[in-house]
Design a binder for this molecule. Structure first.
Ligand code: SF4
Length: 301
């Protein structure tokens, strides 16, 4: 296993209508949940185990906004001490000012200087799904100036020369706008990649709104081919279709729960999805081998 996603965010500064992330809603509603969050020591122990026993090379901090985790400074310091590349996916609001997290819990989250981040991460992942505020807001809601804020974050990252990967969800509302998004992005010299995720309706919000966003495999790959013809020589376009992601990765959430995301399908015109598969909790060090065997069995099935 070369790559791992740690979905350690507690909350987000946006509340996407198509949020595909399995926030641990019930635990986040309990009072005193902050005391049960995964600690930097527990994260470090698990990553060290994967490096030694499974050849782990890269960790992506994601899922919710990782900068909402109160111990993110310590987690970044712990990861820096390990031989792994670190990518951090954030909406970016904290890189501009103290940020209010709004979904699924409300909380304040501190400003982080982008120059500080540069010392700890190899790649900064920023979402951008539209070339105007209106188009961004078809998917990401809750920040009336999100588009402008995202461009401000990109300017800051450009100024300190952090390699940036753009994360774009490709859905029914923005598929015809992606050329415009790329035209904007190409003016930033530090953007080396655009990851294009086919919309997948597996989180609570995304599942409820699937019909509003869903595109077919043919529509997805047709658009990728068109974008590659026009922009492929100028930036790395990295498509992630739904098919490519089924049982291919597991996530670890802010309470340490390790799970494989649900699988979505349409049967007789109705949306259906499987349950997510909980493999265990990384707070239980003695269970690492068992949890990883369960994942391998799912992947090989
Ligand atoms: S899809 Fe939106 S709300 Fe959901 S985790 Fe990502 S940025 Fe946050």
């Amino acid at each position: 296993m070369k790559k791992l996603s740690l979905a350690l965010g507690i909350a987000c500064p946006v509340a996407c209508k198509g949020c595909y992330f399995a926030f641990p809603f019930d635990q986040l509603r309990e009072s005193g949940f902050e005391n049960k969050l995964i600690s930097h020591k527990e994260v470090s122990k698990f990553i060290r185990y994967l490096v030694i026993n499974h050849g782990l090379e890269k960790v992506t901090l994601c899922g919710g906004d990782p900068l909402s985790h109160p111990d993110m400074h310590y987690i970044l310091e712990a990861l820096k001490a390990l031989p792994v590349k670190v990518s951090l996916d954030t909406v970016g609001t904290n890189l501009l000012k103290d940020a209010e997290m709004i979904f699924p819990v409300k909380m304040q989250s501190k400003y982080i200087n982008v120059s500080y981040l540069k010392d700890y991460i190899d790649i900064l992942g920023i979402p951008l799904d539209g070339s105007t505020q209106e188009l961004c807001a078809t998917f990401r809601v809750g920040r009336k100036d999100l588009f402008k804020e995202t461009l401000d974050v990109l300017k800051k990252a450009n100024a300190v020369d952090i390699p940036v990967s753009i994360n774009t969800v490709v859905h029914k509302q923005n598929i015809d706008d992606l050329n415009n998004v790329l035209d904007i992005l190409l003016s930033y010299h530090n953007i080396f990649r655009m990851q294009l995720f086919q919309f997948t309706p597996i989180g609570q919000m995304a599942f409820s709104n699937w019909n509003h966003f869903m595109i077919s495999d043919d529509e997805f790959w047709g658009k990728i081919s068109e974008l590659r013809d026009t922009y492929g020589h100028r930036v790395l376009l990295d498509p992630k279709s739904n098919e490519m992601r089924i049982n291919e990765y597991f996530m670890v959430d802010c309470f340490g729960r390790m799970y494989v995301p649900e699988i979505f399908g349409v049967e007789k015109g109705e949306a259906v999805k499987s349950d997510l598969q909980v493999l265990g909790n990384i707070k239980e060090e003695t269970l690492y081998p068992e949890m990883l065997s369960k994942f391998k069995a799912l992947k090989d099935a």
